[in-house]
Design a protein around this ligand. Structure first.
Ligand code: AMP
Length: 603
């Protein structure tokens, strides 16, 4: 039997949702539908966006409402116009095979007279944002005296947006004995308070741990110097050729600046922020949904309620001021059971904030390294190869040119032709990236105010640099190596200093007091049949490191990249990397993008 039928949903609804691809209920649907179908409980569901909560309350509403009667029986309040339209649409889709179901969307920024007209015609389910709803109530244009169910969706967001008073006023027009169902991604004390205020003995459902982010999201952070942020961001994007992302900034200005810089650099990007008219916002969102935009640069407020499936990356270009907002941002990816990555690009002073976020989401971030120029080239090259492999050939169109093309290539072997096709783009990647600097800033989590490093005893520490005969060819990056060292030696990761992963070997620093333990720990350790060798490195023996004043700690062997950058880099100088190279960043053809605007990437 269809599992939704088993949950108590009728056939005509099940048929409609099957068409939408709902084969099995999501966990929240499985657990909430039977409770809500009784119609006799208040309900609190702690669930992230993208978990299927619209159907979790939408399907029971369709079962419980008497559609032979034409007055408001259910009111769904949600924070944004986007979400309001989404919920309305979803419910209409679930009810596709039912008769006389009238759902109306009530939200600001659109003609109120249309909405009033729809309400006048008769409606059973009202989906609304609080501001416009209150406006309509104040005009005495709707009667909520017979409402049976109120849904507060994304309650935390509504409170964040300052809708508390509006919600109070709206709910005061609904009957005492209605049932209230509250959904929230997080449960700050304000939400607890409204749950207490409006509900009696609610049935509580927590999907996963409280305040825990979606399990399918990987969280990564990159540490860069402030002046390298934009270049680092672009490199991350370039390293992910298939990225379909939302980039969060803190302010409208920043949003606009980044979007403009990206557009100049040949990316498919646009900004979404509060200064745009509703029409402009709709246009941007349409382009993003249609995937003719690859990167949506948004403020928190503008991006609220955005429900686009298949977002691969959320990038926190700036961390949110409110930690809770991180959950909302990252929840834009990994929707409907998919996986996604949430990235934070930070400077070393913001590490504390990452630790705070980790506590809120109950999940650890992985420290990632900004890819090298070569890494990006390699990634882009293979993306190109895959694209060539999978391209849809228009047989009819190409046929007439084929003889001439084949004639052109007749001297060349298959291997030569492949090499040339690949080089066509690869040469320009290499050209662009040949002097690409390392953008990773060193991080020292033990650092205190003065920038000195302290050991477990709180005293200044002396460090010894050790050599290990494992490196990137053994598929170690800094994080892996740190884990490997700690596992084998049982020293704390916090006491390990700089790690420098090379090809077949690496260097890492440990406190002098730990050297013996590390040497002993690796005695007789074998990695894939090879003895692991640790030696005290000849260069840079023990020292007390001070990082204040840009001391040696930030410099790498063979460094000099700071010099190359000369002192004239503007902080946040978005176009620097582009102007250094003298070419449009995305335009790997070697020609300036301005000459070839059609080369902007589309999916
Ligand atoms: P929501 O959390 O309601 O915004 O849902 C997130 C996405 O998951 C939407 O695109 C839904 O269409 C989809 N979805 C919801 N329930 C199911 C299900 N049972 N099976 C497959 N997809 C679903």
């Amino acid at each position: 039997m269809n599992p939704f039928i088993e949950l108590g949903i009728r056939h005509d609804i099940v048929n409609a949702i099957t068409e939408l691809g709902f084969e099995n209920p999501t966990p929240i649907q499985e657990q909430s539908i039977p409770v809500l179908l009784t119609g006799s409980n208040d309900f609190v569901g702690l669930a992230q966006t993208g978990t299927g909560k619209t159907a979790a309350f939408g399907l029971p509403l369709l079962e419980l409402i008497n559609f032979e009667e034409n007055y408001p029986q259910a009111l769904v309040l949600c924070p944004t116009r986007e979400l309001c339209l989404q919920i309305t649409n979803d419910i209409k889709n679930y009810a596709k095979n039912m008769n006389s179901v009238h759902v109306v969307a009530v939200y600001g920024g659109a003609s109120i007279s249309d909405q009033l007209r729809q309400i006048k015609r008769g409606v059973q389910i009202v989906v609304a944002t609080p501001g416009r709803m209150l406006d309509i109530i104040n005009r005495k244009a709707i009667d909520f005296s017979q409402v049976k169910y109120v849904v507060l969706d994304e309650a935390d967001e509504m409170l964040n947006m300052g809708f508390q008073e509006d919600i109070d006023s709206i709910l005061s027009t609904t009957p005492e004995n209605k049932k209230t169902w509250l959904f929230s991604a997080t449960m700050p004390s304000e939400v607890r308070r409204i749950a207490k205020k409006y509900m009696t003995d609610p049935h509580e459902l927590t999907m996963g741990e409280k305040n825990t982010g979606n399990e399918n999201i990987d969280h990564e952070y990159y540490v860069v110097r402030a002046r390298d942020k934009y270049a680092a961001f672009k490199r991350i994007v370039d390293f992910n050729p298939e990225i379909f992302g939302i980039v969060f900034c803190r302010t409208k200005i920043e949003t606009q600046d980044i979007a403009e810089a990206l557009i100049k650099d040949g990316y498919n990007a646009d900004s979404l922020h509060g200064d745009l008219s509703q029409q402009q916002r709709d246009k941007v969102m349409k382009r993003y949904r249609d995937r003719s935009l690859q990167l949506l640069i948004a403020t928190d407020v503008a991006a609220r309620g955005i429900d686009v499936n298949d977002v691969t990356h959320v990038i926190n270009y700036s961390l949110p001021d409110e930690i809770e907002n991180y959950t909302h941002r990252s929840g834009r990816t990994a929707r409907a059971g998919k996986t996604g990555v949430s990235i934070a690009i930070i400077n070393s002073k913001e590490l504390g904030k990452i630790r705070q976020i980790e506590r809120v989401i109950g999940k650890k971030f992985v420290k990632a390294e900004i890819p090298t120029g070569f890494d990006v080239c390699e990634k882009q090259l293979f993306a190109l190869v895959h694209k060539v492999h999978n391209v849809q050939v228009n047989e009819q169109q190409i046929e007439q040119y084929l003889p001439r093309i084949i004639d052109e290539f007749k001297e060349l072997s298959k291997e030569e032709i492949i090499k040339r096709f690949a080089s066509l783009e690869f040469n320009s990647f290499l050209e662009y990236y040949k002097n690409a600097p390392d953008l990773n800033a060193s991080v020292d989590e033990n650092r205190r105010d003065g920038g000195e490093r302290f050991g477990r005893d709180g005293m200044k520490s002396e460090y010894t640099r050790l050599f290990i005969n494992l490196g990137s060819v053994d598929e170690f990056n800094r994080g892996d190596l740190l884990g490997y060292i700690c596992n084998n030696t049982k020293i704390s990761g916090r006491t390990v200093g700089k790690i420098d992963v090379k090809g077949v070997y690496s260097f890492f620093e440990v406190q002098n007091a730990d050297v013996e333990q590390v040497m002993n720990g690796f005695k007789e350790v074998d990695f894939k049949g090879r003895n692991v060798r640790i030696e005290i490195s000849g260069e840079g023996t023990s020292s007390t490191r001070r990082s204040g004043g840009g001391g040696g700690y930030n410099k790498r062997e063979g460094g000099g990249y700071n010099r190359e950058r000369s002192g004239n880099r503007r902080e946040g100088g978005y176009n620097r990397e582009k102007s250094n190279s003298g070419g449009g960043f995305r335009d790997f053809s070697g020609k300036r993008r301005e000459e070839r605007p059609e080369r902007r990437r589309r999916f």
